[in-house]
Design a protein around this ligand. Structure first.
Ligand code: ZN
Length: 172
């Protein structure tokens, strides 16, 4: 059994760990870890030591690619009808959606998102999100959304949905 080496999520959307003996740092993409409840990968450092690299918090940042229906509206547009959107990927912390361009939605706006999952019970979630990114693609826009607050009623549902059942069976 190799010693465990923790890898921390960086602002470059990858996991970084540092070899304790030679101080060499390594980056791991979230995609290189198996979709299991306790993911790890074996890594051999250039200095010859081998580790079992464990991504700290991977569960909360891995985004599952999906094609789900949803709806969104600006929080300040209370009572207005939601604009339909397609959810492109989702994690317990955030999601990326594609929708008809809405001029009034800008970065740092708060939007109210309705998400309909394709799980057994077709869970329906309503969450508040902060707009982190906005990209225009012709008549469409793609929004990067961060769910706020980070932990809430949605967390367990989305963790189960994106990572799989706790018994090790994954939904991917
Ligand atoms: Zn090393």
């Amino acid at each position: 059994m190799d010693p465990i080496l923790q890898a921390y999520f960086s602002n470059r959307r990858s996991f970084v760990s540092i070899c304790p003996s030679c101080k060499q740092s390594y980056e791991f993409s979230p995609d290189c870890f198996p979709r299991t409840p306790r993911p790890s990968v074996r890594h051999e450092c250039a200095c010859g030591r081998a580790f079992s690299v464990v991504p700290v918090g991977l569960r909360s940042c891995y985004r599952k690619p999906v094609n789900l229906m949803g709806g969104l509206r600006k929080q300040t547009d209370a009572g207005k009808i939601q604009v339909p959107c397609t959810i492109l990927d989702i994690s317990p912390r955030g999601l990326q959606v594609s929708t008809e361009a809405i001029k009034s939605v800008v970065v740092n706006d708060t939007v109210v998102m309705t998400i309909v999952l394709d799980d057994k019970t077709r869970s329906r979630l309503t969450v508040q999100c902060l707009v982190r990114r906005k990209m225009l693609e012709g008549p469409m826009m793609v929004l990067g959304l961060e769910i706020t607050p980070a932990v809430g009623a949605h967390t367990d549902i989305l963790t189960t949905y994106t990572v799989g059942e706790p018994n090790g069976h994954t939904t991917l």
